[in-house]
Design a protein around this ligand. Structure first.
Ligand code: GDP
Ligand code: GDP
Length: 444
């Protein structure tokens, strides 16, 4: 089954490519990219809060005079629109409406494809005049967003939703991937000498990676599959597990870049800390990044066999984590010894459990029973006397669990109230150990 198609339309420089790149991200597929021939359209698969669709970008005319209407631009735009289920008509809210926008609006009105008008470059509520001018084009209230800064994406989601039915097949693929039998994609990251190679060797039960003080040992494979108590685990390897460079600073730098690469591929990331060294800023940076990327995080204090003052050490690290990491509460902090193997069973078991929570879906019924209780227990404030009416919450995605809350003026709710809801939701549905995305979407 084919995905619904969205065409991004607009005059040069309104931000079409920027929006395209944001929607498509890493899944970018370039088509017809031969210079001068048909460098006209880029297509790719996009995901927006769980909504999957194909997106066509019609950019590529920056070199042409923006004041005129080149025939080819029109041809390409018409072809893209005809093929699409919905057209996103971008205007630049800072520059306001120019004649070329009006001309494009005329073609779009003549086409049978529905149009969602988007006022781009509206970060920080900029470009109010452009937004008002855009209303006059006759496509209703524009979705205000900033393609560059990623603001307003939930609004775009709601704008597109009526035209794009959630594709059953696409959802099915995600479900398959979520099967508890699929290999657990696990990455082990941490600073040099935290004990990553030792841990991997211990887990694999053989000397697959060579540890020790010698530099320059390399391996080629990027993942290692193995079984743990009958369940498969795919270990995402990072160059950080190998001894790559002799220079200390170089290693320090390398480990962050490697960690980032591994995080990309993993479902669960184990951040390994050296208990004899404690927590450092670099560890917090990696942890923060893991959560930002929406991956599940497990933190393990290694070398526990030689740790002194175990309980004060543990509490110290725990406290520092909570202070340095906004989402730290609920993230598992374990103690292990890669050298002796102690604690590794628990580590892998917790990694599996964490993935289970990370992949879980909550039904809208359950969610809203919780929601009503949460709102009753702590009603939303009324900033400036304006009543805020939350209506309902829905889970749009798992891996990580992502929720959208709809209601009147809910976008005015203070961050503290959003945090209250997120914490309550995490507690209620056992999402404590995973990052949860929660977006507020005001309806009119
Ligand atoms: P296109 O010709 O329509 O594909 O436009 P581009 O995506 O190439 O963007 C044109 C210019 O606008 C670039 O310099 C972008 O960095 C900038 N731009 C795109 N989106 C935004 C935005 O949301 N805010 C701001 N301030 N600039 C943006
Ligand atoms: P990596 O750079 O993170 O891959 O760290 P290694 O696995 O190479 O370990 C660095 C050093 O710490 C080596 O000398 C290991 O023998 C030692 N080490 C690793 N895990 C443990 C542990 O659990 N206990 C103790 N005492 N030493 C460990």
């Amino acid at each position: 089954m084919s995905l619904p198609t969205v065409a991004i339309i607009g005059r040069p420089n309104v931000g079409k490519s920027t929006l395209f790149n944001r929607l498509v991200g890493k899944k970018l597929a370039l088509v017809d990219d031969q210079p001068g021939v048909t460098r006209d359209r880029r297509e790719g698969e996009a995901t927006l809060l769980g909504l999957d669709f194909r997106v066509i970008d019609t950019a590529g005319y920056e070199d042409l005079d923006a004041a005129t209407l080149p025939g080819r631009m029109r041809q390409q735009t018409e072809a893209a629109v005809a093929q699409a289920d919905v057209a996103l008509f971008l205007i630049d809210s800072r520059a306001g409406i120019v004649p070329l926008d009006e001309e494009i609006a005329r073609w779009l009105r003549a086409s049978s494809t529905p149009v969602v008008i988007v006022a781009n470059k509206a970060e920080g509520r900029a470009g109010e005049t452009g937004v008002i001018e855009a209303m006059a084009l006759g496509f209703g209230d524009p979705v205000q967003l900033s393609a560059e800064h990623g603001e307003g994406m939930a609004d775009l989601f709601e704008g597109l939703l009526p035209y794009i039915d959630r594709d059953e097949d696409a959802l099915q693929i995600e479900e398959d991937d979520e099967s508890p039998d699929a290999p657990l994609k696990l990455a082990i990251v941490g600073r040099p000498n935290a004990g990553k190679s030792t841990l991997v060797n211990r887990l694999l039960g053989e000397d697959r990676l060579i540890t020790g003080p010698e530099a320059g040992i390399t391996r080629d494979s990027i993942s290692i599959d193995w079984e743990w108590e009958g369940r498969s685990v795919r270990l995402i390897d990072t160059a950080g597990m190998r001894k790559k460079a002799r220079v200390h600073e170089k290693l320090e730098k390398l480990s962050v870049a490697d960690a980032l690469r591994a995080i990309d591929f993993a479902e669960v990331v184990v951040l390994l800390l050296d208990a004899t060294k404690g927590l450092e800023v670099q560890d917090l940076k990696i942890a923060d990044r893991v959560l930002q990327e929406g991956r599940a995080l497990v933190i393990a204090l290694n070398k526990w066999d030689v740790a002194e003052n175990a309980s004060s050490l543990f509490n110290g690290v725990k406290g520092a984590l909570e202070e340095g990491l906004s989402q730290a509460r609920g993230i598992p902090l374990l103690t292990v010894s890669a050298a002796t193997g102690k604690g590794l069973d628990v580590l892998i078991r917790v990694a599996f459990e964490t993935r289970e929570a990370w992949s879980r879906r909550v039904s809208t019924g359950q969610l809203n029973r919780w929601f009503e209780r949460a709102i009753e227990a702590n009603p939303p404030p009324a900033p400036g006397g304006k009543r805020i009416k939350p209506r309902y919450v829905t889970q749009v995605k798992s891996r990580p669990p992502s929720f959208v809350m709809f209601g009147t003026r809910v976008d005015l709710l203070p961050e503290s109230y959003r945090r209250y809801l997120v914490n309550s939701l995490r507690k209620e549905f056992d999402f404590a150990a995973v990052p949860v995305r929660f977006t507020m979407r005001a309806s009119k």
